[in-house]
Design a protein around this ligand. Structure first.
Ligand SMILES: *Cc1c(COP(=O)(O)O)cnc(C)c1O
Length: 362
């Protein structure tokens, strides 16, 4: 008897997540100098983490023999102050990806449905399938979530609706008033997941807190991986009603977020100027890339996030050619966009480089 025959059926058909390639892998495979490779494939922060976050993490290392605070008390208190919510309204995860999985644990099983955009962040679909539920994918319109169509896709079996704004991989945001009306219009049996991974880059991001206060079944997800430059530490969080946050806290592992990450996150929150500077640099970087694409005669999707879709012909081929020249971008064929690549906004110098290499390979 093969061990596979003992696995839950959903495991055997589960697609796998394809992350952006690490610099070291590309250097090894192509015989390149890692110091000359730039990675603009995973929407990481080109400014790195705040020095305050690094310092806090270093201090936490000294206490490495101790288990972390499983309840993330200090971080939840800090976030509660930041948001004007209760500490019991937060759940902290090993990246916001873990919270997506916790949502699956709490709400999804065979026979259930989850509604999501197509293309949207692939993890919504992966989590849905892993728990044996059905992924109902609603095509985007103009690269943006089609909220009226998503509302129409809801059935009595729908448990979760995922909306990322700004969306990944498109970089587009929905109108805040439209999003709030959408959430208010959802039926009682549906939980809405608003993924705000890139909200800090947007000037006018929607504020769902009034809806949480009204008792709507909505959870907002944020991460320290993007604007705070702490992707390696794996810290993300969700905020919702105490009841919804409580359900998620019930199914997480006792020590799901390590102490170094908790300390780094607190350090990052203490450095508002750094986050503000990152958002400002990102806006300049987007403008720089857009101007470069226009000069090359390339179509792009105007973005409000820290990455941008650009139409290059054969996306896989251009990805490959760029990689050989030491620039890692993200092909998005798996997202149904074979003619495009997704490029993370880099430093000014990195943006110059990617534009020059793009010109060369095209
Ligand atoms: C990057 C990203 C996240 C963050 O994931 P972490 O697990 O917190 O690193 C969440 N949602 C979307 C849409 C993202 O692009």
């Amino acid at each position: 008897m093969k061990v596979e025959s003992l696995a839950r059926p959903a495991v055997l058909t589960q697609p796998t997540y394809e992350p952006g390639k690490p610099i070291e892998d590309v250097a090894r495979e192509l015989g390149l100098d890692p110091a000359k490779i730039i990675k603009l494939a995973s929407n990481e922060n080109p400014n790195g983490p705040s020095p305050r976050a690094v310092h806090a993490a270093e201090r936490a290392l000294e206490q490495g023999q101790l288990y972390p605070d499983g309840g993330c008390y200090a971080l939840r208190q800090r976030l509660a102050t930041e948001y004007g919510l209760g500490a019991d309204q937060f759940v902290i995860g090993n990246g916001s990806n873990e919270i997506l999985e916790l949502l699956g644990h709490v709400f999804l099983g065979p026979g259930d449905e989850a509604v999501m955009g197509d293309p949207a962040f692939v993890v919504y679909k992966l989590v849905t399938l892993l728990f044996g539920a059905r992924a109902v994918e609603v095509p985007l319109v103009n690269f943006t979530h089609d909220l009226p169509a998503m509302a129409r896709a809801i059935t009595p079996r729908t448990k979760l609706v995922f909306v990322a704004t700004p969306n990944n991989p498109t970089g587009t945001a929905n109108d805040p008033a439209e999003l709030l009306a959408f959430v208010r219009g959802l039926p009682e049996h549906v939980v809405c997941v608003v993924d705000e991974a890139y909200a800090e880059y947007v000037a006018q991001a929607p504020d769902l807190r009034p809806l949480i206060a009204e008792g709507r079944k909505v959870i907002c997800l944020r991460t320290f991986s993007k604007i705070h430059g702490l992707a390696s530490f794996r810290v993300g969080y969700g905020y919702a009603s105490p009841a919804l946050a409580g359900l998620l806290n019930r199914v997480r592992q006792p020590f799901n977020v390590n102490a170094i990450g908790q300390a780094a996150a607190l350090g990052a929150l203490a450095d508002r100027d750094f986050a503000r500077q990152c958002a400002q640099d990102n806006r300049a970087g987007l403008a720089q890339l857009e101007a470069g694409f226009r000069a090359l005669g390339l179509e792009y999707v105007p973005s409000v996030a820290n990455f941008i879709l650009v139409k290059v012909g054969d996306g896989l081929k251009v990805f490959d050619a760029l990689q050989r020249r030491g620039v890692i971008v993200r092909p998005v064929k798996s997202y149904g966009l074979p003619d495009w690549v997704r490029i993370t906004v880099g430093t000014q110098a990195q943006n110059v480089r990617v534009l020059a290499e793009l010109k060369h390979v095209l």
